[in-house]
Ligand binder design. Sequence first.
Ligand code: HEM
Length: 633
Amino acid sequence: MPAAASATGLSSPGAAPFRLPASGCAHQGHLRLPPPAAAAACRRRLLLRCAASSGGGDGAGGSGGSDPALEEQRRRQAELAARIASGEFTVQGPGWIAPLVGKLSKLGPPGELAAALLTRVAGAGAARGGPEIPQAVGSINAVVGQAFFVPLYDLFLTYGGIFRLNFGPKSFLIVSDPAIAKHILRENSKAYSKGILAEILEFVMGTGLIPADGEIWRVRRRAIVPALHQKYVTAMIGLFGEASDRFCEKLDKAAVDGEDVEMESLFSRFTLDVIGKAVFNYDFDSLSYDNGIVEAVYVTLREAEMRSTSPIPTWEIPIWKDISPRQKKVNEALKLINSTLDELIAICKRLVEQEDLQFHEEYMNEQDPSILHFLLASGDDVSSKQLRDDLMTMLIAGHETSAAVLTWTFYLLSKYPKVMAKLQDEVDSVLGDGLPTIEDVKKLKYTTRVINESLRLYPQPPVLIRRSLEDDMLGGYPIGRGEDIFISVWNLHHCPKHWDDAEVFNPERWPLDGPNPNEINQNFSYLPFGGGPRKCVGDMFATFETVVATAMLVKRFDFQMAPGAPPVDMTTGATIHTTEGLKMTVTRRTRAPVIPNLEMKIISDSQEPTLSTPSMVVSAASVASGEDQGGVS
Ligand code: HEM
């Protein structure tokens, strides 16, 4: 269970956002930072606390032995801690800023511009003479070579639930406090836009639902949400099962050939196949083939990820963007995707025109249950460009996220064999030989908890991005319009104050008979699908997809890290990737032979079951396949 979710603390002036331990380590703004020696002592205490709660040990599952990835993570944390303690990131804010901003503002437009710049560099609080948000300045080197959200965790432990981070002229507010996250995402969501995210994604998603703001977002959200109705999501379970079955065939071949497999790329292909069918009824079949369109999708995705992590926007440099081979490739990929989407839209339009249409709330075309079909059948009055933007957005939103969840779930399962054993027990008792049904999925409660817990440890994406559209108060601090904000879901999900043994993969922390954990019942300490009006529209879809895939894969196979596999480290794009893939050895599962007992049902030649005693069953199919006799299911 989450540890006590206190949202009051020492790091802000009023109703402060996050309370660090009663050691008084949290600092009240950059004007009151302790001297480096005190910071070092404070930092050591924090580290000790975190190390004590760090996972990799036995925990619920018992990985048995130290995890090199965790060791490396600890080493980096200690290194960064030493740099924080040395004062490298700490700026002492001068008290002359507020009066100077006041004077500059009175000097007409040039003065106003200078005041705005100074406000941006110094922070809104200082510029307004109000309490100042704790401030850290980083050298870009602090983030290079590791996923950028990792050092933010250490800074969070030092500076509290909201602090400012400056990289040269760029300034960001880092939010790791549930109450502030709730304020931005839900209570005052209208005052925040997608900011940088919209700018970065414009080239691929245009005004699709993720980057869109204002009226366009409102209209498109209202059109798209109804398409993911209960009946549609239930129908998708069949699709998840079929795709998982194809995945199993692929793994089966590798198991027979004794070849190790790189699971991260396979998960990516699996989820691409699923989302293509689900959103616009297109079979990428990327698990079987590499073709032009699959490559085009990946070129585009990698470009989006590169743009979201690159410090210099080379793609905006006028001549460079026309002659750079990389940009040419991206443009060609986009052209191919757009023409494919246009073709799919045209085909679907023809189908809808020929249909004897009776549109209603849970409308679904049995042959083509895709979201595109629903949107066109609903008479959605939308331009082809907007429709394309929406489809592209869902393709990307529903692809890499689910793939990343599956990747990290299987990594965690390989580290926690007891969790894997319990998971396989549940799956064996629930799933039969056919594809899972909605009833089965509802019974896969532990499997669902495994996914919930994997999403806690590896949230996808690890940060949510916003920009303030007006002045506001965050955790008692005034902030100005135009602030770029990162809500660190990673920090929220790893906060030692909120979670017992925060670093341990422990699906048991979520009771099986309890509600499905979400941002509401965890009061914004757990945000796997965001929160407020911009919450993910595919949360149910994605949960069922990852549950079905996990269940079907672990039913058929055992998974271990391959001998000599590279260490599994994190890197960031839009989601958390591994640095060098997830190389695993996959083996067919063998199960202990079932010894028939007198309580078992005897199957006659005619396949009509005759009961020798009133209760139990051995199915003819399982006898024929040898499943229960140590064979392969
Ligand atoms: C495990 C898989 C998934 C995860 C972890 C996930 C996570 C998220 C998160 C955290 C957000 C909120 C972003 C923000 O507030 O800035 C979001 C938004 C969104 N997601 Fe997902 N998502 C997943 C799967 C899907 C799928 C399968 C679809 C489509 C079928 C989808 C479609 C969207 C869309 C359209 C939005 C934007 C909603 C809006 O702004 O109104 N997602 N997702």
